[in-house]
Write a protein of this length. Structure first.
Length: 434
């Protein structure tokens, strides 16, 4: 292989730097090693079409809408493909809503009219702008209140057992309505954050509850022409990813296709690797992560998360809100907002990219859907790396330094190496071509 390009990002804008040529080497250290052995197929990067993001998009001028679509979905931007939809309201909606009126056990009032105002137009614009098919998955935050034991869509509570079949039909109605809009959904998570009783929309599921609900949902999907829709369990933090998914995969080996996870309880990257080792053919997907509404160019948690998720064998990564305003919203039933890679100035309708955008760009712009995630190793935990082999044969290597000083390791692949100067806090993308 030979070096095609190398890009560096250190708290500013990514820029290209020059590397030497790969050459035969007998050196033992300091090496950043890339191996030909694969561990997972890559689906893509993306973000969530929350109502808040869609509302912010709707406030933009036409010029800013087009630049935002290109920044998120275009060939010069993040090239997003793997994106999330909310089934009903999440905390990042203008207010609480679901798709049926209270106590409508026949679902006669079911309607996605609310989504037609902001969410669906944003999705359709993204589909038109993208040069590739979007892989959309959907997650519920809570069933309708009358289907829950606590009688509210907030504060946890559990789905009534005698409403399992009704709720499965409710989710199928959502898929049907979106299909009528020309929007195909390839996967569902069973429940967003099923271990959390939040002040916003939430619902509590034990592992036994998830296992018990799967046959109802899988049966309703199969009976209504959605047999190809994949089911993902857990959809909560990594600290319990392995144990939760392991139990559900064991109980539902043919009806649950994978597991989803978030990042809010700490790193726990080895949980991904352990699950990947035991279940090499299951989907393992990062379906949500975000940080508080503080813009800080020195906060490198995004690049750390992306790099380690990939190197452990995840199949795809989806950020939370794609667009938020200067207050980190809109939102409801929570104390504060979040950051997003595109920020709206609500007074002017103008949009801008921030530091999170460029951390995502260093990965998502270069890694192609269908890539093979490769094994890697590093001489120092201060400079971890991940690598993929794109369908065209190019190898994309990402590395990040948490060290306090510059280092000069050698990138090593197929018996050859090339020196790279790694600055303190630097994020790098190296592209190698056959």
């Amino acid at each position: 292989m030979k070096v095609k390009a190398c890009y560096e990002y250190v708290n500013d804008l990514p820029h290209e730097i020059t590397l030497g040529e790969l050459a035969e080497t007998t050196r033992e250290k300091p090496l950043l090693s890339v191996y030909s052995q694969g561990k997972a197929e890559w689906l893509g990067f993306g973000g969530a079409f929350t109502e808040s993001s869609a509302y912010c998009y709707a406030q933009m001028s036409e010029k800013d809408k087009q630049s935002t679509l290109e920044a998120l979905f275009g060939e010069s931007g993040l090239r997003y493909q793997f994106c999330r939809l909310c089934i009903g309201s999440s905390d990042f909606a203008l207010d609480e809503f679901c798709y049926v009126e209270e106590n409508d056990y026949d679902l006669r009032t079911f309607s996605i009219e609310r989504d037609r105002k902001y969410v669906i137009p944003f999705v359709k614009d993204a589909i038109r702008h993208s040069t590739r098919e979007l892989l959309l998955f959907a997650s519920p935050w809570s069933p309708p209140a009358f289907m829950k034991e606590n009688g509210t869509r907030f504060s946890g509570g559990k789905l009534k057992k005698d409403c399992y079949a009704l709720y499965a039909e409710y989710i199928v109605r959502f898929l049907q309505a979106y299909r009528e809009e020309g929007i195909r959904i390839f996967a569902l998570t069973l429940q967003n954050e099923p271990k959390a009783a939040q002040t916003w929309e939430s619902c509590f599921y034990t592992v036994e509850d998830e296992i018990a609900f799967v046959p109802y949902l899988r049966g309703a999907l199969d009976a209504n022409g959605f047999g190809e829709v994949k089911l993902l369990c857990w959809d909560h933090n990594k600290e319990r990813l392995y144990e939760r998914a392991d139990r559900i995969f064991t109980a539902c080996p043919d009806t649950v296709d994978g597991a989803a996870y978030h990042w809010y309880s700490g790193e726990h990257f080895d949980a991904i690797g352990a699950l990947r080792a035991k279940y090499p053919d299951k989907l393992i997907l990062n379906t949500e992560f975000c940080k508080s509404n503080i813009e800080d160019k020195t906060d490198t948690r995004y690049c750390t998360e992306l790099l380690h998720d990939i190197r452990q064998g995840t199949n795809g990564i989806c950020d939370w809100n794609m667009i938020l305003d200067e207050n980190g919203g809109p939102y409801h039933n929570r104390q504060g907002g979040c950051d997003a890679c595109i920020r709206l100035d609500s007074a002017t309708g103008s949009a801008r990219k921030n530091g999170l955008y460029w951390q995502l760009y260093m990965f998502s712009h270069f890694i192609e859907p269908g890539a093979t995630v490769l094994w890697t190793s590093t001489y120092s935990n201060e400079i971890p790396l991940c690598a993929v082999k794109n369908p065209n044969g190019e190898v994309v290597v990402n590395l990040f330094s948490s060290a306090e000083k510059d280092h000069h390791p050698h990138l090593f692949i197929d018996g050859k190496s090339v020196e790279i100067t790694v600055k303190a806090g630097g994020l790098y993308t190296v592209i190698l071509e056959p």
